[in-house]
Design a protein around this ligand. Sequence first.
Ligand code: UD1
Length: 315
Amino acid sequence: MSSYLITGIAGFIGSALARELLQRGEKVRGIDNLATGKRENIAEILSHIDFREKDILDLDAMKQACSGVDYVLHQAAIPSVPKSVLDPIGSNRANVDGTVNVLVAARDAKVKRVIYAASSSAYGDTPTLPKDERMTPDPISPYAVAKLAGERYMISFYRCYGLETVALRYFNIFGPRQDPSSPYSGVLAKFITLMLKSQQPTIFGDGEQSRDFTYVDNAVEANLLACKAPAAEAVGKVFNVATGRRVTLNETFKLLQQITSYSGVPIYGQERAGDIKHSLADISLAEKHLAYKPKVNFEEGLRQTVDWYQKSGMD
Ligand code: UD1
């Protein structure tokens, strides 16, 4: 049995990681300041985990949280492009200062490995598709800059202190428990919950922007593989975590119409500042070094997500 610390455990990705680790019989500790995470995401597993309501900016709390831990899965963040455009200082504090704290605490506690939730937004709006890890990053939003800085800190802590780190560049992760309620929520959580209520979603721009939407189980799998991959394959490196397929928002809307039986049309609004047009990953590096393979495709992920919102009454 190994011991894991999940930062951001009350978020939808953090809580999915926790549930999978518990299923596998592992020991789980988690911290979350509940700024964007929700207590109800961990309610059913609370008695099986060591949960601490703390902020990653609290270095003492982080040091205590890292004590005796084998692996740190660093998911805590303010994960929003538009929010960072409005509040770059807040984004930097949570996403950069917070990440450095996690690393210092993990280094001092001598944890085996830190896995970091990096972001495909680091690539920026490059016309070259698919995006692979050798491309020069060109982040646009403060959020993307902060997430890229976090990646570089991961690599720096490996080079300077020998702390094993792996950065996973997530491409639009979605799935059950993703919060649909904030104006900064991920597009799929918003669209699904609106359409289930027969309310009209708004597409920002012409809807021809595309994303490599990735079901959360794939991200969970990538994290667990990254913990156990041989150091020579994985450590000090950056990997795309995605499906290697992209869909436009217009196509996604049509698919959701079928799944939710929503018969209306979308509203088309203004394009969003800081947005990128297309996003598609080359996942061959993760396939080669982490033995990663996307387990759940987009359509199946959408169906499972709609199903969850329907059953949970969050629609
Ligand atoms: C997302 C993630 C971010 C991650 C990045 C790269 C969220 C909230 N953000 O950013 O953490 O690092 O992918 O993987 O998951 N849109 C609409 N209508 C809406 C909301 C959004 O048309 O009501 C559009 C946006 O303008 C954008 C697309 O949908 O073109 C996706 O937006 P969003 O879900 O916020 O994700 P990203 O900005 O791609």
